[in-house]
Ligand binder design. Structure first.
Ligand code: G6P
Length: 454
């Protein structure tokens, strides 16, 4: 069996009070058993700056820490990754910044990841590079190991050419990505957008089978929507503790008739502000506002980036205004939590929620939508999903909305609130079938099968 070397921005483990613990998350859960089976390695950043750590074993996987200085964290991670690439690839919702002094550390840090990967990559091994932080690694690794099998998976959208063209380093990025043998994306649209960019900026040829040929090599393009460990969510949602906690939450939320939930990293791509305005619209229209409670969980993220700080103030002002306009002594229509929840607590919220609002302005996939579906066991619940989330390609039985159309979102929340049980049940059954069939293990299998066939 061929060894697999995953190369990702972060290691799947982080230090807590001096001991290494496995980070939560679907990608880690899916890849752990695969890497254990093939004796694989994971190359990534430990989360600490200015410290050099030797490779070590954790969870039977060789962990290869890549060091980052605090200056590199600024230029590479906060700068080029999250102030240039992240907004550019998400429809430029916030204006992307293009700074040469941030591009340089992006190159240096990518080079370092490639070098650390090359040190553990045997001739017969597969290198599997993850996400937008490491787009130069495939080409750099190809230069070091011309015969290697290299895969790349983009977790965020690949933007349309009109947007991608703005990037001053567009040609370098496309050519580096073309160092891979397989490039995989969340959606058909991303595959198409990448093929357009490869044609335009690297003169790649697109064959009838949708493969690219470039400099005497063939590069395969794959659509592989990422997913969750559905049975794990299902199991936890059935556990008596979680069900008990969900009931308690409903009480704590004043036994509202309809609990509406949003769960997101606090990111401007998630459309939290427009969603709040849509909920305010509902409060204005209804004669019984106390029937509704909207819970927004906002998970702190990238707090050193100014756009994220601005967004936080904006959202908190909006929450204050809605509660000020519509609340009463002892009752606030919006419950706002700025924190991350542990998995069981999060699932209790999913179980307690009648309506789930997933309304990003642009999202590679959005696993929250899939998690909600996976936890709806006894009561169906209604999923309202943005057409701009990658998940909308698969979760067709959700109520699909344009998140920019605030009135339409208000109307859709109203529709969800009064939907009859048989319709809700039929929709949820179809959604559940999809998330059961297309889980994260199936995703990993499909991606790795493509790479193993090279
Ligand atoms: C998105 C990206 C991931 C990233 C995650 C959390 O899902 O695709 O690569 O790890 O956000 O962001 P952070 O910047 O905290 O790693």
């Amino acid at each position: 069996m061929r060894r697999i070397i995953v190369i990702a921005n972060r290691l799947p483990v982080a230090q807590k009070d001096g001991v290494w613990v496995t980070s939560p998350g679907g990608l880690v859960r899916a890849l752990e058993p695969v890497l254990q089976r093939v004796n694989g390695s994971w190359v990534g950043w430990s989360g600490d700056t200015d410290s050099e750590l030797e490779p070590f074993e954790h969870d039977e996987i060789e962990q290869v820490p890549v060091p980052l200085s605090s200056a590199e964290l600024d230029g590479f991670y906060y700068g080029f990754c999250n102030s240039t690439l992240w907004p550019l690839y998400h429809d430029a919702i916030v204006a992307p910044e293009f700074h040469r002094h941030q591009w340089r550390p992006y190159v240096t840090v990518n080079q370092r990841y490639a070098r650390y990967a090359a040190q553990v990559l045997g001739d017969d091994d597969i290198a599997w590079v993850q996400d937008y932080q490491l787009q130069l690694v495939p080409g750099m690794l190809r230069a070091m190991r011309p015969a290697a099998t290299i895969g790349f998976y983009l977790h965020i959208p690949f933007p349309p050419i009109e947007l991608f063209s703005r990037l001053p380093w567009r040609q370098q990025i496309i050519e580096a990505l073309l160092g891979a043998d397989v490039l995989a994306f969340q959606t058909r649209a991303s595959v198409r957008n990448f093929a357009d960019a490869a044609r335009r900026f690297a003169d790649a040829r697109v064959s009838a089978r949708g493969e690219l040929s470039w400099r005497d090599r063939i590069i395969k393009l794959q659509r592989a929507p990422i997913a969750i460990d559905t049975s794990h969510f299902d199991r936890l949602a059935r556990s008596p503790q979680v069900r008990q906690r969900a009931m308690q939450l409903r009480q704590e939320l004043g036994n509202a008739d309809r609990i509406i939930l949003g769960v997101d990293r606090l990111d401007y791509t998630k459309g939290i502000d427009l969603r709040l305005k849509a909920f305010a619209g509902l409060l204005e229209q209804t004669s019984e506002p106390r029937k509704y409670e909207f819970v927004q969980v906002a998970v702190p993220s990238r707090e050193d980036v100014p756009a994220y700080q601005d967004l936080r103030s904006e959202i908190e002002q909006l929450v204050g205004r809605i509660n000020g306009d519509h609340g009463e002594p002892g009752w606030a229509p919006v419950s706002y939590l700025y924190r991350s929840l542990d998995l069981e607590e999060l699932i209790a919220y999913y179980v307690a929620a009648d309506v789930m609002l997933v309304t990003p302005l642009r999202d590679g996939m959005n696993l929250v939508a899939k998690e909600y579906v996976a936890t709806r066991i006894t009561e169906p619940g209604v999923l309202i999903l943005s057409e701009f989330a990658g998940a909308a390609e698969q979760l067709r039985s959700a109520l699909v909305v344009n998140p920019h159309d605030v009135d339409a979102v208000t109307a859709t929340i109203q529709r969800a609130a009064v939907m009859d049980r048989s319709e809700a049940r039929a929709r949820m059954q179809r959604l559940r079938r999809t998330v059961r069939r297309e889980d994260v293990f199936e995703w990993a299998r499909a991606c790795l099968a493509m790479l193993e066939a090279i």
